[in-house]
Ligand binder design. Structure first.
Ligand code: NIG
Ligand code: FE
Length: 418
């Protein structure tokens, strides 16, 4: 028999979509809108949302037997965060580079000294799958407790067939063993591995002829990623790899415009990427080019905060009519944090997004950027019951306002209290 939960006395239920009004994503001025119900109830059956409404209009629920009732006692409820960009499978940390940066070295200089991504690659190649799994599981549990219900996780610290597969198998185990909804992204083109430093064509051939087919054959990835950036992979490399991925059913979802305007956005549009991510530097014509396209613009303000690089021009993007998704980028080098409440705080404080825009970006648009908005990202009948119950806070704007504190009381994923 399906379990049944009724959450009653909700101070305010956020990101509600009435039957028939469900959207795939929100863009431009729509992002400022968010339907909410004050003094609400929410009903869950099995892993699905089956009803919601105002406590004043109480229907359909009274005759349920075996009902678990959660009295929210005036707490706020919102759909669990959909964090569409992370690298949580890694071995060991890089706080040494953090200190180097404090002492004046840049991310690029640290990479040139053999640090950066390659530092994590050397560590990961040494680790067993079980060791990696244990560390990644710890991070998965950490982000769930902070309100994340869906997570995209990338490979990209293996950079050879064996170690990329090892990472992707860890992601597969996380999919199976945690209540998170997980999508995996093959990022073999994260950097040139040391053994191919003078043979980029050789590495591209390895990715296209060996890694992509092997990963696709085992069904280990949903998406294909590339670090399209000066010093990493060119637009031409990116186009080749995305095309090869697409031939194996992997939709493009990739890193671009983090440090330089390479022109890679055009490649993303041409390849009908599901998302282009980072966008710390973005030309007006690139904003224009993205409007109306299926490609979501995903921004990662914790990365800007941590590295001290520019923040994405979110205000300009949204005011131009674009939709944006917010994600954490949780990784050991540029964002050692998966705290989506903090991501929303930065979006409001640094990017001048309103709290409504931040919730829309971190929930519904994040779900869209993982191809999950039909089942996650809002409170709608038939969607997966992934919800967060906050502590007793005065309003939903309080979460991004009162940054740095934990305002999450309880997390329900797939209809089960985590
Ligand atoms: O998204 N920019 C590329 N990749 C990661 C950082 C990787 C690392 O430094 O380990 C990012 O910021
Ligand atoms: Fe990233």
């Amino acid at each position: 028999m399906l379990s049944k939960i009724l959450i009653k006395n909700i101070k305010e239920l956020l990101l509600v979509e009435q039957p028939g009004s469900e959207k795939k994503r929100v863009e431009g001025a729509e992002m400022k809108q968010m339907e909410t119900i004050k003094n609400a109830w929410l009903a869950i059956e099995g892993d699905k949302i089956v009803g919601f409404g105002s406590m004043n209009e109480w229907e359909g629920i009274t005759n349920w037997n075996d009902l678990q009732v959660i009295d929210a006692e005036g707490r706020i409820v919102f759909p669990a965060f959909c964090d569409s960009h992370s690298h949580i499978v890694y071995h060991g940390n890089r706080e040494g580079e953090f200190v180097d940066r404090i002492n004046g070295f840049t991310y690029a200089q640290i990479a040139q000294k053999g640090g950066g991504i390659i530092n994590s690659v050397l560590k990961l190649r040494e680790a067993s799958e079980d060791e990696l799994y244990e560390q990644a599981l710890g991070r998965a549990k950490e982000v769930m407790a902070m309100g994340t219900g869906a997570l995209e996780i990338k490979s990209g610290y293996g950079l050879n067939l064996e170690s990329e597969m090892k990472m992707l198998r860890v992601i597969k185990r996380l999919k199976k063993n945690t209540p998170l909804t997980i999508k995996s992204n093959l990022l073999a083109a994260h950097a040139l591995p040391p053994e191919y430093l003078n043979n980029r064509e050789g590495y591209l051939t390895l990715i296209i002829d060996k890694i992509i087919p092997a990963v696709a054959k085992e069904g280990l990835a949903d998406f294909i990623d590339v670090f399209c950036e000066a010093g990493y992979f060119t637009n031409e490399d990116t186009d080749r790899i995305l095309r090869a991925g697409s031939k194996h059913g992997l939709r493009a979802k990739f890193h671009v415009n983090q440090f330089t305007k390479s022109g890679g956005i055009k490649v993303g549009i041409r390849r009908n990427a599901l998302s282009v991510d980072h966008l710390e530097v973005l030309a007006d014509k690139e904003i224009k080019a993205l409007i109306g396209k299926e490609t979501m613009a995903t921004i990662l303000p914790s990365c800007s905060f941590f590295l001290g690089i520019p923040y994405s021009p979110a205000r300009k993007m949204i005011d131009s009519g674009l939709g944006v998704a917010l994600a954490s980028d949780y990784n050991p080098g540029s964002t050692p944090s998966g705290n989506m409440s903090f991501v929303m705080a930065l979006a409001c404080i640094k990017l001048k997004m309103t709290p409504n825009e931040a919730y829309n970006a971190a929930c519904l648009n994040g779900a869209y950027a993982m191809n999950l908005s039909h089942e996650l990202g809002s409170i709608a009948i038939g969607k997966k019951a992934n919800v967060v119950i906050t502590k007793r806070i005065p309003s939903y704007s309080y979460i991004p306002y009162s940054f740095g504190s934990n305002h999450i009381h309880q997390v329900i994923l797939n209809g089960q209290v985590v």
